[in-house]
Structures are given as structure tokens and as C-alpha cells.
Design a binder for this molecule. Structure first.
Ligand SMILES: [Zn+2]
Length: 247
């Protein structure tokens, strides 16, 4: 293949721009904010689950407490009724009196047990409410952090997009100055090598694969016409000759 030395030099500009575009693409895909957001979102899911569990526990305990308080009230009503009968002196039969007094005593024990249960439920409720409040506070803080990280990520992405747009339009105008067949070869090599399709020959070394050319290869390049497109024998990239090539 033949191409003017000027067209060949443009391949080096193209290679620089492709390197820049690849660097930006890599940066876009490895933004630390992306990993940070994933971690925050995972923690947020856990915290939301904790809140849901605590809410369920709280409403269960509310029901339990209401039931226990109703039980206490019922016992109290029965005690009051019994006491009224005793105080009114309506019970004269000694055995009936004894049985009523023993019922009152047993109801009082029952009342005290039930009040103990209510207190225990209230303590459990307090602990669940504290867990829920702590989780809600953590959720608020996580949401705040997530918004801040998302804003940082968006700003970084916008900056990358701007640089990529600049490099992309520079590439388009440089590519316009490269003959179609040379550009097609460059792009084919770029795709194959997953990088750039051309490299400078600098001091006898290919800048693409960093391998020093053999004396025989260097002699062949010395003998080649300036418009001959030469290739690296090692990596197959187009080797572009400049004043620094050491020929
Ligand atoms: Zn090479």
C-alpha cells in the first residue's frame, strides 16, 4: 500500500486521539462513584428491610398491648364488682364470703400478672421503636450520601462526555485527511489489536509493541520509498517514520 508521508503522519494523530477516547471510555466504566453507589444502594436495601420489620413488630406489639390492657380492664371490673358486693354487706353466708374474698385475691394476682405483661410489651415496643428510629436516621443519611455521590458521578460523566465529544470531532477531521484505503487498514488493525492501528518508529523501536526492530527489518525500511506503508513485523501495526525513527 502507498500513502504520502503526510497522510501516514496523520495516523499518529489518529492513534493519539484513539488512545484518548479509549482512556475516557475506561474512565467512564471505572468511575469510583459507580461502586460507591452500588454499596450505598445495597446498604439502603438492608436498612429499608430493617425498617419494614420494625414497623411490623411495632404494630404487632401495639395490638398485643391493647389486648393485654383490655384484659387488665376486665379483671379490674370484676374486682370492683366483687368489692362492691363485699362492701355492701350483701354476702352473709360465710362460705360464699370466703369464696368471694378468695376470688378477689386471685383476681388481684391475675391483675398484677397482666400489668407485668403490659410493662414487658411496652419495653419491647420501646426497643423496637429505638431500632426503627436508628434505621430511619441511617436511611436519611444514606439517601443524602447517595444523592451527593450521584451528583458527583453525573458531573464526572458530563466532563468525560465533553472531552469525548472534543476528541471525537477532532478524530473525524483528522480521519477526513487520511486516504480511504489507509484509514480502512488502520481501523481494521485497531479493531484486531484493540488499541491503535499505527505506531511511530522511534529509535529503531516500534512504539506500538515496544519491540526493537532487527537490523534486517530496519534495513528493509531504510530501502523502502517514503510513500510505502510499512508494518511492524511483530505487532503488524502500520509503522510511521519520522525524524526520530533512527533510520
Ligand atoms: Zn510493533
Amino acid at each position: 500500500m502507498k500513502a504520502s508521508p503526510e497522510a501516514q503522519l496523520r495516523l499518529l494523530e489518529l492513534a493519539d486521539l484513539d488512545t484518548e477516547l479509549a482512556r475516557l471510555d475506561h474512565r467512564r466504566q471505572t468511575l469510583p462513584e459507580t461502586a460507591e453507589l452500588e454499596a450505598l444502594t445495597a446498604r439502603l436495601t438492608q436498612v429499608r428491610d430493617t425498617i419494614t420489620l420494625a414497623d411490623t413488630e411495632l404494630s404487632d406489639l401495639d395490638r398485643e398491648q391493647a389486648r393485654a390492657e383490655r384484659d387488665v380492664d376486665q379483671v379490674r371490673v370484676r374486682i370492683d364488682r366483687d368489692r362492691e358486693r363485699l362492701d355492701a354487706g350483701k354476702v352473709s353466708n360465710a362460705r360464699e364470703l370466703e369464696s368471694l374474698q378468695s376470688e378477689v385475691a386471685s383476681l388481684r394476682r391475675r391483675q398484677s400478672d397482666l400489668e407485668e405483661i403490659v410493662l414487658e410489651i411496652m419495653e419491647r415496643r420501646e426497643a423496637a421503636a429505638a431500632r426503627r428510629d436508628a434505621a430511619a436516621a441511617e436511611r436519611a443519611s444514606l439517601e443524602e450520601q447517595r444523592a451527593a455521590v450521584a451528583a458527583r458521578r453525573d458531573a464526572a460523566l458530563a466532563e468525560i462526555e465533553e472531552e469525548a465529544a472534543k476528541a471525537g470531532s477532532a478524530r473525524t477531521s483528522v480521519a477526513a485527511g487520511v486516504p480511504a484505503d489507509l484509514l480502512a487498514l488502520y481501523d481494521k488493525l485497531r479493531a484486531q489489536l484493540r488499541g491503535v492501528g499505527a505506531a511511530m518508529l522511534r529509535r529503531g523501536r516500534c512504539e506500538g509493541c515496544h519491540v526493537a526492530l532487527s537490523t534486517g527489518d530496519l534495513n528493509a525500511i531504510r530501502a523502502a520509498a517514503p510513500d510505502e506503508v510499512v508494518r511492524c513485523e511483530e505487532c503488524r501495526r502500520i509503522l510511521v517514520r519520522t525524524g526520530e525513527s533512527g533510520l
